[in-house]
Design a protein around this ligand. Structure first.
Ligand code: CP
Ligand code: NVA
Length: 311
């Protein structure tokens, strides 16, 4: 798809539903290729800079293996080791990396850092999570939901927990873009940004709906997906005790899943058993979290192929 060549992925709101559909279809193709043992060398001779300010298992592993197994050279650059933001401005780092690499992944705190990198590198920058967004996660979430439900339009999904965090915000956009009937069940003080809800509601090209509720007992009937995330996101550890108290009534339990008998359980991981969900839920028959984690790799590969003009 021509419109994606050279394009950064900082937030899904910057992509049209057609572009998201293209990436999901490409993700399915690359998943099938890998399952059938094919390893086309589409990234041969190319380099990926992987900038990490925060910890990661899935995102790092997905970028590194997806790029490496197709002949590319991924370079892990922890911000504990490089100059970014410490001895050198983000803009200068971006200019230098742009001269040496073909594509950049960035995981960190400030979304503005991702924007500065994309504004000055001259090559595509893929957001591997910031405080505001986690767009590659939302692509894997959509892929996993579609694998389960067979489609996306009209699928009823429920996110329970910290409704204003990066994962919930990205899922709200993903759901709005792809026509889901999405619910966020969250305490009033952790409700999604009203400006984000307005954007999603007013986008002419979006066909989904987003409803915010505050009482877990209002879980809508017919949910196909129940999704949660950690109660304490990276960088918010100081509000840990208070947040845990606030979110305790929002724990996903076996009883709650029984009220959504056709629903799969999703979680971006890492998960804290006994906080956002009980062990019986994440380790139980409705859980699809390992498929969801695997799909990080396929969706990230698709994003890189499209951004590099290789799809
Ligand atoms: N879901 C996710 O982003 O996992 P990591 O923090 O392990 O990368
Ligand atoms: N909301 C979580 C997601 C981790 C993948 C965080 O930002 O820590």
């Amino acid at each position: 798809m021509n419109s994606l060549k050279g394009k950064s992925l900082l937030a899904l709101v910057d992509y049209t539903p057609e572009e998201i559909r293209y990436l999901l279809d490409l993700s399915r193709t690359v998943k099938e290729e890998r399952r059938s043992g094919k390893r086309p060398q589409r990234f041969k001779g190319l380099t990926l800079a992987m900038l990490f300010e925060k910890r990661s298992t899935r995102t790092r592993a997905a970028f590194e293996t997806a790029f490496g197994e197709e002949g590319g050279h991924p370079v892990f650059l922890s911000t504990a080791d490089i100059q970014l933001g410490a001895k050198e401005t983000v803009e200068d780092t971006a200019r230098v990396l742009g001269r040496m690499f073909d594509i950049i992944e960035y995981r960190g705190f400030l979304h503005e850092t991702a924007e500065k990198l994309a504004g000055h590198a001259g090559i595509p920058v893929i957001n591997g999570l910031t405080d505001r967004w986690h767009p590659t996660q939302a692509l894997a979430d959509l892929m996993t939901i579609e694998e389960h439900a067979g489609n996306l339009a009209g699928v009823r999904s429920v996110f329970i927990g910290d409704g204003r965090n990066n994962v919930s915000s990205s899922l709200i956009v993903a759901a709005g873009a792809m026509g889901l009937d999405h619910y966020v069940i969250t305490p009033p003080e952790l409700a999604p940004d009203p400006a984000l809800l307005k954007t999603v509601a007013e986008r002419q090209d979006y066909s989904g709906s987003v409803t915010v509720l505050h009482d877990p007992s209002d879980l809508p009937g017919g949910a196909a997906v129940v999704y949660t995330d950690v109660w304490i996101s990276m960088g918010e550890e100081e509000s840990s005790r208070e947040r845990t108290e606030t979110l305790r009534p929002y724990q996903v339990t076996g009883d709650l899943m029984n009220r959504a008998p056709s629903a799969i359980f999703l979680h971006c991981l890492p998960a804290v058993r006994g906080n956002e969900m009980t062990a019986e839920v994440i380790d139980g028959p409705a859980s699809r979290v390992w498929d969801q984690a695997e799909n990080r790799k396929h969706t990230i590969k698709a994003v890189m192929l499209a951004g590099l003009g290789l799809s």
